[in-house]
Design a protein around this ligand. Structure first.
Ligand code: PGA
Length: 254
């Protein structure tokens, strides 16, 4: 039985004030909620503050990226060891914004996946096709390739305890979410693809949907059998909207 995971990706947004306000807002809104894991991913500079602020609640904290190196002459980077040292438990990797703006390849993302796992942290592997790839009918091919980069180097077992976030690039920040049926079809494909190598791993892996999830469309998305929660960008910056999404996941999967 998979428990849903709703994660807030704050991207390059936040301040000490926003971190404090958003966490206290979530804590009061989510006191009664059970059966859905909630994780927030603030910018790295606010990880320590967020970890301290969530003490005493079930909210987890994650980073948005890490370098493949653990230490050394890599100016400007943050390591998985530092994320762990600060008490965060999750790391988003391979987000499409990093693949696009920082030219991260499938291979580099797979290397990061391995580093995150070696540190005992939970990787949230973002995959998904661009609009052009979607229109060319390449959605499944792209998702399979992005997953296979990890399987090739680490075996299918690497997905044990890991999280996949299917985020069609055309749906991110556009207000144009995939329909529940569209998303379910891709999620099912992803699970079946992994099941070819290990039904056990496929059965437990959490597959989140991401891309314009909001308080209005969340419930219908979570009603789909292979959608195990969401990676939420814009709507994660508002305690009210994010709490509604979390409650929708808890209710749909109860
Ligand atoms: P969005 O972003 O919810 O603002 O579309 C999702 C993401 O990029 O993780």
């Amino acid at each position: 039985m998979r428990h849903p995971l709703v994660m807030g990706n704050w991207k390059l947004n936040g301040s000490k004030q926003l971190t404090a306000d958003l966490i206290s807002g979530l804590q009061s809104a989510l006191t009664e909620v059970q059966g859905c894991k909630v994780v927030i991913a603030p910018p790295a500079l606010y990880l320590a503050q967020a970890v301290a602020a969530v003490q005493g609640s079930d909210i987890g904290v994650g980073a948005q990226n890490i370098d493949v190196n653990l230490s050394g002459a890599f100016t400007g980077e943050t390591s998985a060891e530092m994320v762990k040292d600060n008490g965060a438990g999750y790391v988003i990797i391979g987000h499409s914004e990093r693949r696009t703006y920082h030219h991260e390849s499938d291979e580099l993302v797979a290397e990061k996946f391995a580093v995150v796992k070696q540190q005992g942290l939970i990787p949230v592997l973002c995959i998904g096709e661009t609009e052009a790839e979607n229109e060319a009918g390449k959605t499944e091919e792209v998702c399979a390739r992005q997953i296979d980069a990890v399987i090739k180097t680490q075996g299918v077992e690497a997905f044990h305890g890991a999280v996949i976030a299917y985020e069609p690039v055309w749906a991110i920040g556009t207000g144009k979410s995939a329909t529940p049926a569209q998303a379910q079809a891709v999620h099912k494909f992803i699970r079946t693809h992994i099941a070819k190598q290990s039904p056990t791993v496929a059965d437990q892996v959490i597959i989140q949907y991401g891309g314009s999830v909001n308080d209005k469309n969340a419930a219908e998305l979570f009603g789909q059998p292979d959608i195990d929660g969401a990676l939420v960008g814009g709507a994660s910056l508002k305690a009210d909207a994010f709490s509604v999404i979390v409650k929708a996941a808890a209710a749909a999967k109860a």
